[in-house]
Design a binder for this molecule. Structure first.
Ligand SMILES: NC(=O)c1ccc[n+]([C@@H]2O[C@H](COP(=O)([O-])OP(=O)(O)OC[C@H]3O[C@@H](n4cnc5c(N)ncnc54)[C@H](OP(=O)(O)O)[C@@H]3O)[C@@H](O)[C@H]2O)c1
Length: 447
């Protein structure tokens, strides 16, 4: 039996490849970017580069294949384009369905989303996952659909969103979807179902709900995760928080981009609890509960590798803070400063601190705050230094302004030099903050 695993670089795909290789099963893995499969090496492994949008490439990937694990999901790109993924997913599924028929593929095994509400109440994201399953069924291959709720494991979208939120925010303002009931399943149990179904004929051409033994609210799961990791969280539920607001909020405080957060949050609006349990008789495996799954997941190694930009930005924030503090030692005007100016500076330094924290937590909010403190300092130092321009010769007939003495008098020479140094630091910081904020590498591929 020759097997193709699509989405092999993804969350489920990666685990499935390793599991099947461990069972001495030969597999062909497919990705648009073979470098993402660099850490997968085995004698029984064949890698193929293919983009599922290209029918010819799909045909090539399916040559001689009996069983396809369909684990493709296109959630990437700009946040405003997230609805485009839905169409893209359908086109890709159609390519696979047709190519599977042409290549005489015998089985397709697909993992879709689990929802336990009527079709007409389903979120766009969830109905799209369902449609993908329906499109795959148009092929002559026998299609097995496993419908899963949140899958617990490092790298899973829904799980990572929860993890990042709990680890970053002691107090959370949440929309009411945190009260939605879920039936999470541990990643290894999903992989086990995917493997076992190869040998259970009754699973061919059928749809199954899969889930762990526990049903709970997303909120309870967050609290459990917090408890296991010694983080206490306070959640304030605000029912009218919109989807758009929530996804942008998740985008800012976690490394998950709004384009990914939006469908994830949308999906969590829908209750996802098993409504049929026939898989438990056909493939009776011991299933892990939420507590055990979260514990296992928490023990997995979490290596944070910062990009150069993130490192530079954190150093620049420290240097900016030091430059600000140096003003107190050098600037005579600040020595006799009013309490109000002191408070403003303290707030500025606090924002630098929060910015630094979020840069080290790999959240966009860090670069956003770096931009805010950078621009504030730039405006202050520029205005404060404006008087220097008056030393320049007149420009044509124009009288150059002497600027404003914003601290009661103009800065002396030492302060002016410090202002200019500060401006140079700010200029570099603003450029780095801009490129960090828009870094696609950081905010789309690290999950
Ligand atoms: N994660 C969960 O909690 C969860 C829960 C329920 C159901 N599911 C379902 O399980 C399935 C897999 O999810 P996942 O979390 O493992 O996904 P994932 O980590 O986001 O991986 C998606 C995979 O799709 C591949 N892909 C995207 N566009 C492609 C294209 N044009 N051509 C070829 N490959 C493409 C990517 O491969 P390359 O970038 O290497 O090409 C990537 O490996 C999805 O159907 C999802 O709805 C997931």
């Amino acid at each position: 039996m020759k097997i193709l695993i699509t989405g092999a670089s993804g969350f489920i795909g990666k685990k499935l490849v390793r599991f099947l290789l461990g069972k001495k099963i030969s597999v062909r893995v497919m990705s648009r970017n073979l470098e993402s499969l660099d850490n997968l090496e085995h004698n029984n492994l064949e890698k193929i580069k293919a983009d599922a949008q290209d029918y010819k490439q799909v045909l090539k990937a399916l040559e001689g294949i009996d069983v396809v694990y369909y684990l493709i999901h296109s959630m990437e790109g700009e946040s405003k384009d997230w609805e485009r993924f839905v169409d893209l997913d359908k086109r890709i599924a159609k390519n696979f369905a047709d190519a599977s028929t042409e290549c005489n593929v015998k089985r397709i095994i697909y993992v879709g989303g689990l929802v336990s509400i009527p079709d007409n109440e389903m979120s766009k994201h969830m109905s799209s996952r369902q449609e993908v399953g329906e499109i795959l069924k148009t092929s002559k291959a026998k299609v097995t659909v496993f419908r899963a709720s949140v899958i617990l494991g490092k790298g899973g979208g829904g799980f990572e969103m929860m993890r990042y939120l709990v680890e970053r925010l002691p107090i959370m303002v949440c929309p009411k979807w945190v009260l939605t009931k879920l039936q999470p399943i541990y990643i290894d149990d999903v992989v086990r179902y995917l493997y076992e179904s190869l040998n259970v004929k009754e699973t061919e051409a059928r749809t199954f709900d899969i889930g762990g033994p526990d049903i709970l609210e997303y909120r309870e799961m967050m609290k459990k995760y917090g408890k296991i990791n010694n983080k206490s969280i306070i959640m304030i539920i605000i029912p009218f928080l919109s989807l758009r607001f929530t996804s942008y909020w998740v985008d800012l405080v976690t490394p998950i981009k709004a384009s990914l957060a939006r469908p994830l949050v949308e999906g969590l609006k829908n209750e996802s609890v098993m409504t049929e349990k026939s898989i438990m008789d056909l493939i009776p495996i011991p299933l892990k509960g939420v507590d055990e799954s979260l514990k296992l997941t928490s023990h997995e190694e979490d290596k944070e590798e910062f990009t150069k930009k993130e490192n530079y930005l954190s150093y620049l924030l420290i240097i900016l803070g030091i430059t600000g503090v140096l003003h107190y030692l050098i600037d005579q005007r600040l020595m006799t400063m009013q309490p109000l100016t002191g408070i403003v500076t303290l707030v500025w330094l606090t924002v630098i601190g929060i910015g630094y924290y979020f840069v080290r937590k790999r959240a966009r909010l860090g670069s956003l705050l770096a931009g805010i403190v950078g621009w504030t300092a730039a405006l202050f130092w520029l205005t404060d230094t404006m008087y220097l321009i008056s030393y320049l010769p007149k420009i044509g007939p124009y009288q150059v302004s002497k600027g404003m003495a914003i601290l009661g008098s103009f800065p002396d020479v030492n302060t002016s030099i410090l202002n200019i140094i500060g401006l140079c630091i700010v200029a570099v910081l603003l450029v780095v903050a801009h490129f960090t904020f828009y870094d696609k590498e950081i905010y789309t591929t690290q999950l």
